[in-house]
Design a protein around this ligand. Structure first.
Ligand code: NAD
Length: 429
């Protein structure tokens, strides 16, 4: 096997270690996931046949609190990918100072090929298989690529059936009527928006003078495109798995969303009721989108989109990683040499886990917040941790990615030490 995603992900940790006085025991602990579960999920298909799907749940670390992480449905899901995502979640929770560890789950499936009933049976089957591994105080689920609040609702319901008690706090990103939080669907995009709004003024980059290209027009990418366009950024290109569209003077994002949500492909179409007009734009591939001459590039789809194979083609000045792991470590070095500012996933997309935390708190207290309260709290957290990470990057003269790992490692190291590493005991005696 070529170098695994996980081996590449771990390299980020090693770079930060030069700046953090961390004990050997702590480092050893952080190199391995705490627990990994692989399950086979039998699903009765609509035609009466039986299909078996592979599912995974990895709890990487729970020193700072229960495991926390999304569930992904995608044909390329593997144990290596889930483990890498769980590793990133560990650092993300620590970076945002949430009382959670890191976990992740996934099923190897193309959900677009399943009926809604098959999808429900698969989601309930997954919970059946992992029920003993999760729980509100153990490991908490959330949505990720190709999973949504409907699926989270089924999962929470099924866990409650198995445990014979209503357990809303075991799954976040649920429908509001089942204990979901206001603002969870938009949380990741909103968090990225708050971080971008805090960072770009440091470079005197004003919205009206900033062109933006976004790869991935899903839950996060589409909402973020709309938030940015609303305050004056010129979103000139967006894409999905089939390809993208480009318009030099900017796209009307609400129209693109409306057309896409109605089951259409990526098109710059302005619809007023049943009357639709196509607006001048050109079709581009995902590779072309990544190489556009724009100010800001936002990968919001999958991992490994920018590697040593295409890093030299990138022309953007700033990259905000909304997807998890869109840039590999070899590409990181090339981008750094080119003077491109990269803002890392564990900071930029942390709005999702932050509002998941708010949802968990609301479920456990039984007191629910309104949208303004949720967004105010989210803004506060994102602004605070973005600023702290920025200061670390300035102090040590390191990239924002290394600064984010330094910041998270300090918190993780303290928690692991407090549980009793060799250094901790030596220093206490
Ligand atoms: P989603 O399923 O809603 O959207 C994914 C989008 O990516 C879709 O538009 C899809 O067509 C597109 N896509 C898939 N393969 C592609 C390819 N090869 N090239 C271009 N586009 C492609 O998923 P999402 O929830 O928006 O998640 C997107 C990214 O954000 C993922 O990396 C996810 O891990 C990360 N993320 C999501 C959340 C969350 O709360 N949903 C939180 C943190 C991080």
């Amino acid at each position: 096997m070529s170098e695994s995603l996980f081996a590449d992900a771990s390299k980020r940790l090693e770079k930060a270690l030069a700046y953090v006085p961390i004990s050997e025991d702590t480092l050893k602990r952080l190199k391995y996931p705490k627990a990994s579960l692989t399950v086979s999920i039998p699903v009765r298909m609509d035609d009466g046949s039986l299909s078996i799907f592979q599912g995974y749940r990895v709890r990487y670390d729970d020193t700072r609190g229960p495991g926390k992480g999304g569930v992904r449905y995608h044909p390329s899901v593997s144990l290596d990918e889930v483990q890498s995502l769980a590793f990133w979640m560990t650092f993300k929770s620590a970076l945002l100072n949430l009382p959670f560890g890191g976990a992740k789950g996934g099923i190897t499936v193309n959900p677009k090929q399943l009926s809604k009933q098959e999808l429900e049976r698969l989601s309930r089957g997954y919970i059946e298989a992992i029920a003993d591994f999760i729980g509100p105080d153990v490991d908490i689920l959330a949505p990720d690529v190709y999973t949504n609040e409907m699926i989270m609702g089924w999962m929470m319901d099924h866990y409650s059936i198995i445990t014979r008690r209503i357990s809303p706090a075991v799954v976040t990103g649920k429908p509001i009527t089942m204990g979901g939080s206001q603002g969870r669907t938009s949380a990741t995009a909103m968090g990225a928006y708050y971080a971008i709004s805090a960072i770009l003024p440091k470079f005197s980059q004003l919205p009206a003078q900033t062109t933006v290209a976004i790869q991935g027009f899903g839950n996060v990418g589409a909402i973020l495109a709309e938030l940015l366009a609303k305050v004056g950024y010129k979103v000139v290109a967006v894409s999905d798995s089939q390809g993208g569209i480009y318009a030099e003077h900017g796209l009307d994002i609400p129209s693109v969303r409306q057309y896409k949500n109605a089951g259409g492909s990526m098109k710059a179409v302005y619809c007023d009721k049943s009357v639709c007009n196509i607006v001048e734009h050109r079709l581009i591939t995902n590779a072309e989108l990544l190489a556009l001459d724009v100010d800001v590039l936002i990968p919001a789809a999958l991992e490994n989109q920018i590697t040593e194979a295409n890093a030299n083609d990138i022309q953007a000045k700033f990259i905000f990683e909304v997807a998890n792991g869109p840039i590999n470590s070899a590409a990181d070095q090339i981008l750094e040499k080119k003077g491109i500012h990269v803002f890392p996933d564990i900071l930029i997309n942390a709005g999702g886990v932050t509002v998941s935390y708010f949802e968990w708190v609301q479920n456990r207290s039984g007191l629910y917040w309104n949208l303004t309260e949720v967004n105010e709290r989210l803004k506060g957290k994102m602004a605070e941790e973005t600023e702290r990470t920025w200061k670390i990057s300035q102090e040590f003269g390191v990239s924002m990615r290394t600064a984010a790992y330094i910041h998270a490692l300090n918190r993780l190291g303290e928690a692991l030490d407090a549980k009793g590493t060799r250094d901790y005991y030596v220093n206490q005696l």
